[in-house]
Ligand binder design. Structure first.
Ligand SMILES: [Zn+2]
Length: 315
């Protein structure tokens, strides 16, 4: 079964002259400068305020003492044990802030197809409760990937003083359903929610993209209040993801911006708090898969996403 995107029906690939230019320029530039040049090429400061896909905005153009920086010392160690309640009393710049991390899918979903295929109402229509997610050609599953990145993020964000909650930790037989995933963030009164995914697109389709909620007001879905803050959150995450991982924005959606707006995802439609998804790369492309299966790279991914969250929460 082919699988694309966090649910189904991703936006159609679009080509643009801007993307061609971006790729051409990127090819001329060594790795360390790539993120910044990508930022410049896809829009840069002169493209702020556009109503379409805005430019990826780095949380900081250059390192400075005001930039939120998260040190990563355990590059390739497995995630640590579940933190105790003491961690919620930690001090730090994010003290009092609640971050909900939504690790996409569930490693046990494939054993519960009837349950996850049940339809749930997402405001605009009905969709499957959850999906199994994709995997690399060698069998590393998206559900394992999302949990690993989520654990690494939790460690980093708790060091900053944030209270971190998960929608699932691989410890339940399936799900939760996408509507419940949204409700968990809502009930937590989260200041930011990020849903972690990796894509299952075609060979040669590479790079990350952040998915932003579109404006939806139908049934239980009313994203009006969260569209603008979610875009801010998403732009900051995209910017820091480029900077920390060195990965380029998707070459198959988002026209090189690394940003895609969707109105068909229950996890976004039903959210009442700022929320985005991130597709960290394409598990079906061998070059992206080499990154996604590397613990050192996943640590960078977790750091990039976390720094975007920190930047958003500190304003
Ligand atoms: Zn997914």
């Amino acid at each position: 079964m082919s699988y694309v995107g966090p649910d189904f029906d991703p936006p159609q690939p679009r080509r643009s002259r801007r993307r061609t230019l971006t790729v051409a320029i990127a090819a001329l530039v060594p790795g360390a400068l790539l993120g910044w040049v990508m930022y410049q090429a896809v829009g840069g400061p002169g493209n702020k305020g556009g109503s379409g896909n805005a430019a990826v905005r780095p949380s900081s153009a250059t390192p400075s003492d005001t930039a939120p920086t998260i040190s990563a010392t355990n590059d390739d160690k497995p995630p640590g044990p579940t933190p105790t309640a003491e961690s919620t009393t930690a001090s730090g710049p994010l003290k009092g802030k609640v971050v909900v991390i939504d690790p996409g899918h569930n490693p046990n979903n494939f054993q519960h197809t009837a349950e996850i295929n049940r339809k749930v109402n997402i405001g605009t229509n009905w969709k499957e409760c959850d999906t199994t997610g994709t995997s690399t050609n060698d069998g590393y599953s998206e559900a394992e990937f999302t949990l690993d990145v989520a654990h690494r993020m939790r460690t980093l964000l708790e060091k900053q003083g944030a209270t971190v909650e998960f929608t699932q930790d691989g410890d339940r037989p399936w799900g939760p359903c996408v509507d419940e995933r949204a409700r968990i963030g809502n009930k937590a009164g989260a200041d930011a929610v990020v849903s972690i995914h990796a894509d299952g697109a075609g060979t040669g389709q590479r790079g990350f993209h952040v998915i932003l909620p579109g404006k939806v007001n139908e049934g239980a879905a009313d994203t009006g209040p969260i569209v603008t803050p979610s875009r801010d959150l998403g732009e900051r995450i995209a910017g820091s993801f480029v900077r920390v991982t060195g990965s380029a924005p998707s070459n198959y959606v988002g026209s090189g911006t690394g940003l895609v707006t969707r109105e068909d995802l229950g996890g976004l439609n039903l959210s009442t708090v700022p929320k985005v998804f991130i597709e960290c790369g394409n598990m079906r492309d061998s070059k992206d898969a080499a990154l996604l299966t590397s613990g050192a790279w996943r640590q960078k991914a977790a750091q990039g996403i976390s720094e975007g969250i920190v930047s958003f929460l500190r304003g």
